[in-house]
Ligand binder design. Structure first.
Ligand code: ADP
Length: 477
């Protein structure tokens, strides 16, 4: 079946087609997806612009109902959509279903928020004048998403954009168009008026670039690589538009001498390897104090031996394949770089053969790494982590913060003093104590600092900051 783009309420075929392939089994074709052109992107932007005046003044009950219906359908179809997600992205079925549920919960949350829109009335410093502070939608929002969370990231951008009265041009990642197409189809059937949400699947360099270059997009929310994020920023400055970036991470996970070893190992394995390490909140630097170092490394090795790496859809699989050939090459290149730099490959790192042709890589753990090595400074985005040995907590904190990124930061400790100090002093947008660096709630602000992020937070009530603009109105009373 051909999956078309949606422009101004019409499903439109592209000039070209992208074939969606299963990374667990490259013989398995999920479907064909239309590839939009730059002209299609322009038409989508024009449609969103034309739909904005009416949608921005639409009733909150209408918005609530559409978001609510969407949430209900996503949740009702969680097994089917979760399976589609795992089939196109390669994370395990449990992870795929979990992510789908999260997307449903996000729509449910913003369905509620639509009914809670509010402003402030405050006294003026001048007698006889009233002041009202309200939030208005920003306009046409461009949404550009990556491949690693095919349903949650589109959901956490589309739901607030609609809730606050914006219209949308949405460009998902080329590798995983399936979940995005499914969400758009659901939203349309839930009653979204034409032109409010436009789907343009296609190349970043063509469709994405046409969005960056358009003066008719008032805000762009982007999740993806640092390099593309910079392009989004530069183009947005050019057009004086609002922009929000979520980019890479090189998240530290600190293990202190006083940690509960089981808690530390579970959290480290989850942080580094679950979802095949393809999460911007994954930890690829495990910073371990010397008193627990050897015991920790041994326990990690034991735990890693028990991991089942196989077809994402098979029962019992813990870790699915890498998303595609080029990401697999990046992972194995970094494994080679780590060896050259003098780190010791203590476990894993081998390509694996399974029943079906896919991009299977055994999770890799380096030891004897330093924080200066490229494997400790650059984002690998695969199941590759390094252990960095440090003397004590102070050195651990310094190493944790010695990175250009600042998304998530974790610590395993039983010390209240160290946990408290770490929460205050980790240079990151999110801090996890005795928990994996990845795995966040759908109603809590998400985002980072330093090279990881730019702009206000996503998710929860903090999303209003990006998707609205504040107006102050003064009235002579
Ligand atoms: P990743 O390495 O995670 O795929 P990218 O930054 O390449 O990260 O991709 C994230 C999203 O940005 C994708 O939807 C991609 O198509 C899009 N993209 C890539 N290049 C551009 C560009 N020049 N302009 C706008 N979007 C782009």
């Amino acid at each position: 079946m051909m999956h078309s783009n949606l422009i101004d309420g019409e499903w439109i075929d592209g000039d070209d087609v992208v074939r969606n392939i299963n990374p667990s089994d490259t013989n398995d074709v999920i479907g064909d997806y239309a590839r939009a052109s730059a002209e299609d992107a322009k038409a989508a932007i024009a449609a969103a612009k034309a739909a904005f005046p009416a949608w921005s003044r639409s009733g909150i009950l209408e918005r609530h109902a559409i978001l609510r219906k969407t949430a209900d359908e996503i949740l009702a179809r969680k097994d089917e959509l979760g399976r589609l997600l795992s089939r196109e992205e390669g994370k395990t079925l449990a992870e795929g279903i979990g992510e789908t549920v999260r997307a449903g919960q996000i729509f449910d949350f913003f369905a509620g928020e639509a009914l809670r829109l509010a402003g402030e009335v405050i006294p003026s410093v001048r007698p006889g004048i009233g002041v009202e502070i309200t939030r208005e939608p920003v306009g046409v929002v461009g949404i550009i998403t990556p491949w690693n969370f095919p349903i949650a990231i589109p959901a956490w951008k589309i739901a607030p954009a609609l809730c606050y009265g914006n219209t949308i041009v949405f460009k998902p990642a080329e590798l995983v168009p399936g979940c995005s197409w499914a969400i758009v189809d659901i939203l349309v059937r839930a009653g979204l008026p034409k032109g409010v949400l436009n789907l343009v699947m296609g190349k970043g360099s063509v469709v994405g670039q046409a969005m960056l270059d358009s003066p008719d997009i008032q805000a762009i929310t982007f999740t993806g690589s640092t390099g593309t994020g910079k392009r989004v920023a530069l183009a947005s400055v050019e057009h004086n538009r609002k922009y929000q970036l979520e980019m890479g991470g090189k998240n530290p996970f600190v293990v202190l001498d006083d940690a509960d070893l089981t808690v530390a190992v579970e959290a480290a394995v989850n942080s580094a390897f679950f979802s095949t390490g393809q999460r911007c909140t994954a930890s690829s630097r495990v910073i371990v104090t010397e008193g627990i170092h050897d015991r920790f490394v041994q326990a990690m090795g034991e735990r890693m031996k028990g991991l089942v790496i196989d077809d994402a859809l098979k029962a019992g699989t813990h870790i699915g394949p890498v998303v595609d050939q080029s990401q697999l090459k990046q992972d194995t290149d970094y494994i080679a770089i780590g060896k050259q730099e003098g780190a010791k490959l203590a476990f894993g790192g081998e390509l694996l053969k399974r029943d079906t042709p896919g991009f299977y890589l055994q999770p890799a753990l380096f030891t004897e790494a330093t924080n200066q090595m490229r494997i400790s400074q650059e984002e690998i985005f695969g199941p590759v982590a390094s252990v960095i040995r440090v003397k004590d907590y102070d050195e651990a904190l310094a190493v944790a913060n010695d990175t250009p990124f600042g998304l998530s930061s974790g610590i395993a400790t039983t010390s209240l003093k160290h946990a408290t100090h770490f929460k205050r002093n980790a240079e990151a947008g999110m801090v996890m104590v005795n928990l994996p660096t990845a795995g966040v709630d759908f109603h809590v602000p998400f985002g980072g600092r330093k090279g990881s992020s730019h702009g206000s937070r996503e998710q929860g009530r903090y999303a209003a900051e990006f998707y609205t603009t504040v107006k102050a109105a003064y009235t002579l009373t």
